[in-house]
Every structure is written in structure tokens, then in C-alpha cells.
Design a protein around this ligand. Structure first.
Ligand code: IPE
Ligand code: MG
Length: 216
């Protein structure tokens, strides 16, 4: 989800208003994905590098995350969505961690779409965290499957499609292990302007691609 800052500038509003517009977009897109039967949706909400932003913006984002989790939880639960969070969650403040734990616990038994929220997430951090445990627990014969079992959400499916908005064409430390064979879709739209119709178009385009996974 990229482009909240540029959207705010274009609309002559503070950056926080851009993030709140992004949250409205997120709500519509999550609902559409769930309605269309997407099984796993992972959203990149805050990276391990985003702490370098101005303190005020980081504070606003953290406040917004807590607010959103609480506000959207009833409806997501109603829809049967299962919420999971991935990242270095132990570094988040206690209040946010409590909300995260509540969202996960409340929705744990649901059977609908799994919504993974990457929060204080970095793929390199994830791989290092996994590597430490892998080295401590696994012998020299252990391979890719055993390594992947140490990622933050070992049961998460590898993404079939990765969508990045705002015209930037890079992965920026998102799911580097899991995206080895993912299809990439770069949308020129700023995240607050990205809607269900854009998701639909991205999925339709994905459906026309041929995935060979290195085979013939
Ligand atoms: C994405 O929008 C939101 C987060 C990273 C939390 P940005 O804030 O990165 O938007 P731009 O890149 O400044 O436009
Ligand atoms: Mg950005």
C-alpha cells in the first residue's frame, strides 16, 4: 500500500490525512477480496524501516493501527475473516500488542479469508529471525521446507500475486522468501485511490499469465 504521502500532498492535506484515506481504501479492498473468495491476503502496513520517518508521522500511524484494529474487528469477525499479524511484534508498544492479540484471538476460529497484517515487518528481519531458529533447531540435512517452517506465518501460502501501488516498481523488503515465484503487478494509482475495481483488474490480468515455476 504505497502512495499515502503523495496523495496527501496532491490534496493539500497533512500526511496523517493521507494515511486515513489509505485506511478507507484498505477497508474497501479487504471486503472485496473477502467477498471474491481470496484465501490469503497480506497487507504491508508498516516496515522495519518506517521507524525512520518523522516521529509525529510514526505516532499517528501507530495510533491509526490501534484505532483501525478495534473499529474494524467486529465487521471482519462477522465476515468470517481470520486476522494474523506478522513482523517483530514484540517491538510494538504494549497497547497495540494487546489489540493485536485480541484481534487474533477473536477471529482464530473463523473459516473465511485469512488477513495477514505485516506490521514492523521486514523480509530480511524475518529471514534472519528464521535463520537463527533454524540453525538452533535443525540439523545439516534440513532443507527449504524446514527453513520455511520458521518464518513468522509458516502456514501462509506463497503469494500468487503481489500488488504494489503508486507506480514504484520494487518489493521494498516484502516477503522476499515467499515471493520467489509470485507474479508482480504495479499499479500507477496512489493507494488511497486504489479500489475494488483496480483489484479486480489486477486479478483478471493475473489470470491471463502463464506460471511455469521454472518448468516447461
Ligand atoms: C504508504 O504510503 C504507507 C506506509 C508506508 C505506512 P507512503 O506514506 O509511503 O506514501 P508516499 O510514498 O510518501 O507517497
Ligand atoms: Mg512510500
Amino acid at each position: 500500500m504505497d502512495g499515502n504521502g503523495r496523495w496527501a500532498r496532491e490534496h493539500h492535506v497533512p500526511v496523517g490525512a493521507g494515511h486515513r484515506a489509505g485506511a478507507r481504501s484498505l477497508k474497501r479492498v479487504v471486503r472485496a477480496a473477502s467477498d471474491w473468495g481470496v484465501k490469503d491476503l497480506t497487507i504491508f502496513s508498516f516496515s522495519t524501516e518506517n521507524w525512520t520517518r518523522p516521529e509525529g508521522e510514526v505516532g499517528e500511524l501507530m495510533g491509526l493501527f490501534g484505532e483501525l484494529i478495534d473499529r474494524e474487528l467486529p465487521e471482519l469477525h462477522e465476515e468470517g475473516v481470520r486476522m494474523r499479524f506478522i513482523g517483530r511484534l514484540h517491538e510494538l508498544d504494549e497497547d497495540l500488542r494487546a489489540r493485536i492479540a485480541r484481534a487474533e484471538a477473536t477471529t482464530a476460529a473463523n473459516t473465511g479469508m485469512r488477513l495477514f497484517v505485516a506490521m514492523n515487518y521486514g523480509a530480511r528481519a524475518e529471514i534472519v529471525d528464521a535463520a537463527r531458529r533454524f540453525a538452533a533447531e535443525c540439523g545439516p540435512e534440513a532443507g527449504e521446507a524446514e527453513f520455511a517452517a520458521h518464518l513468522y506465518a509458516p502456514d501462509m501460502r506463497d503469494p500468487e500475486l503481489v500488488i504494489r501501488t503508486s507506480g514504484e516498481q520494487r518489493l521494498s523488503n516484502f516477503l522476499l522468501w515467499q515471493c520467489a515465484y509470485s507474479e508482480l503487478h504495479f499499479s500507477p494509482r496512489l493507494w488511497p485511490d486504489f479500489g475494488p475495481e483496480d483489484l479486480e483488474a489486477a486479478i483478471a490480468e493475473y489470470g491471463r499469465r502463464h506460471r511455469r515455476f521454472g518448468g516447461r
